[in-house]
Each structure stands twice: as structure tokens, then as C-alpha cells.
Write a protein that binds this ligand. Structure first.
Ligand code: ADP
Ligand code: ADP
Length: 220
């Protein structure tokens, strides 16, 4: 569904991406792995239309990516984007309405997701009053509320306790079963091994390996 082909991006003299290509298919969980600075966030920001590539293409079901198509994506940026002065349900519902949901659907969907994600909060609590782990759960709920076809998640597990990781992993598996494609970055290999159908390994702006875990093990 998502096809990223040969992205190049430099910031001044820093080469962030030096030919990154990857695909995400429906119902596939793809782990995007690499050291800090390897180019994961930049790739995801380009896929989301937040940063322009110097060259290369991003296609969605074979077509150039449009603003309308991107409304079918759910995104969890590395720099988390919650509004501290919004209440928890209101925050998640707000993202739903940004993606074209009616107020009633957004409110209902937000409340259900917050419960499913195990957010420990009262609906009238302000986002800023939550622990960081709970804020992260709210952030994932905000990416999911409009039932996206594709999830682009930048380090969604970082800083979560083990229970939070398990909850989030189960939510992602459930989305996968429903046909959602998921691209998530992580530097926790153990997690990636547990969850992913396929892994893309990036180093210094280049994809150095990709495949199923079995394929990657076979090639060492
Ligand atoms: P990762 O997500 O894998 O940690 P990034 O995509 O954030 O990697 O960064 C790739 C490279 O591009 C790094 O060298 C980083 O410092 C650089 N970079 C990323 N964003 C910017 C920016 N806005 N300005 C300058 N350099 C950047
Ligand atoms: P991550 O590694 O995953 O993106 P970074 O530390 O590279 O985290 O980037 C954090 C933020 O700072 C991002 O918004 C990125 O675009 C920006 N950034 C990263 N490197 C530079 C840089 N060398 N100059 C300016 N901005 C940068």
C-alpha cells in the first residue's frame, strides 16, 4: 500500500537519507530499526508530508501521495504532539475530528480507545496531569481514532513500562488483523522480533537489510 522509493535528503552538509526504499503492505507490521541518527524519523516525516525529500517518491496504492490520501494515515511523531491543556477524551476526539470524523463518532471512538489502551486517567483530567507513560498511550489513541489504513509510529514504545508495551503491542496486532499496515521505528530489537512481520534496517541513511526475521537470520 505504501511504497517509498529511493529517498534522498540532506540538511546542509549532513546527509540524512541516501537512498531509502521500503514498502508496507496491508496487514503487515514492519519494524524500522537503526541507531540514533540513521534516518528513521526523517523517512517517516517525508512519508507524512512534513518534510520535503530532495529526491525520491512516496506512493500510496501506486499513486502519488495526496493530502486526502494522508488523512487515511495515523501518525505518532517522535516529538509528541499533545495539547497539555486539553482533557484526555477531548484530546483524542480532537484528532478524530481533524481527520473528518463527526463529533459523536470521535467522542465515542476516543472513549473506547482510551479504555482499551488502559490509560489511567479520568476523562476530565488534563493531558499535562498524566504520567509520561499515560501520555504516550493517549498519543497512540490519537493516531488510531479515525481507524487509519496505515500507521506510521515513531518510537511508539520508548519509555513505556512492560504492561504498557504489552497493551500497545496487542492493539497493534489487532489493527494488523483488521488489515491496517503498520510501520514503526524502534531501537529495541527484542520488541521488533516479537512483533514484526518484516524488518527494515537502516544505517547512515541507507537500508542495509530488509526481510522477515527468518530471512535476515539466514543471511546473518
Ligand atoms: P533517526 O530517526 O534514525 O534517529 P533522523 O532521521 O532523526 O534519524 O536523523 C538523520 C540525520 O539527519 C541525523 O544526522 C540528524 O541529525 C539529521 N537531521 C534530522 N533532522 C534534521 C534537521 N531538521 N536539521 C538538521 N539535521 C537533521
Ligand atoms: P531523532 O533521532 O529520532 O529524530 P533527533 O535528535 O535527530 O531525534 O531530532 C530531534 C529533533 O531535532 C527533530 O525535530 C529533528 O528534525 C531535529 N534535528 C535533529 N538533528 C538536527 C540538527 N543537526 N540540526 C537541527 N535540527 C536537528
Amino acid at each position: 500500500m505504501l511504497s517509498i522509493v529511493d529517498l534522498h535528503k540532506s540538511y546542509g552538509t549532513t546527509t540524512a537519507l541516501d537512498g531509502v526504499s521500503l514498502d508496507v503492505r496491508p496487514g503487515e507490521l514492519v519494524g524500522f530499526v537503526g541507531a540514533n541518527g540513521a534516518g528513521k524519523s526523517t523517512t517517516m516525516r517525508i512519508a507524512m508530508g512534513l518534510v520535503a525529500a530532495d529526491s525520491g517518491t512516496v506512493r500510496w496504492h501506486g499513486e502519488p501521495l495526496t493530502f486526502t490520501a494522508r488523512r487515511r494515515f495515523g501518525y505518532m511523531p517522535e516529538e509528541r504532539g499533545l495539547y497539555p491543556k486539553m482533557r484526555v477524551v477531548e484530546q483524542v476526539a480532537y484528532f478524530g475530528r481533524l481527520h473528518g470524523m463527526s463529533r459523536a463518532d470521535a467522542d465515542r471512538g476516543a472513549a473506547a480507545l482510551i479504555e482499551q489502551m488502559g490509560v489511567v486517567a479520568q476523562p476530565r483530567d488534563f493531558v499535562q496531569a498524566l504520567s509520561l507513560g499515560n501520555q504516550q498511550r493517549v498519543q497512540l489513541a490519537a493516531a488510531l481514532v479515525h481507524d487509519p489504513e496505515l500507521l506510521v509510529l515513531d518510537e511508539p514504545f520508548s519509555g513505556l513500562d512492560p504492561v504498557g508495551v504489552d497493551t500497545m503491542a496487542e492493539v497493534l496486532r489487532q489493527r494488523r488483523r483488521a488489515g491496517c499496515g503498520v510501520l514503526f521505528s524502534s531501537h529495541q530489537l527484542e520488541l521488533v522480533e516479537r512483533l514484526c512481520d518484516r524488518v527494515v534496517i537502516v544505517r547512515a541513511g541507507r537500508v542495509v537489510a530488509q526481510g522477515t526475521l527468518d530471512e535476515l537470520r539466514a543471511t546473518g
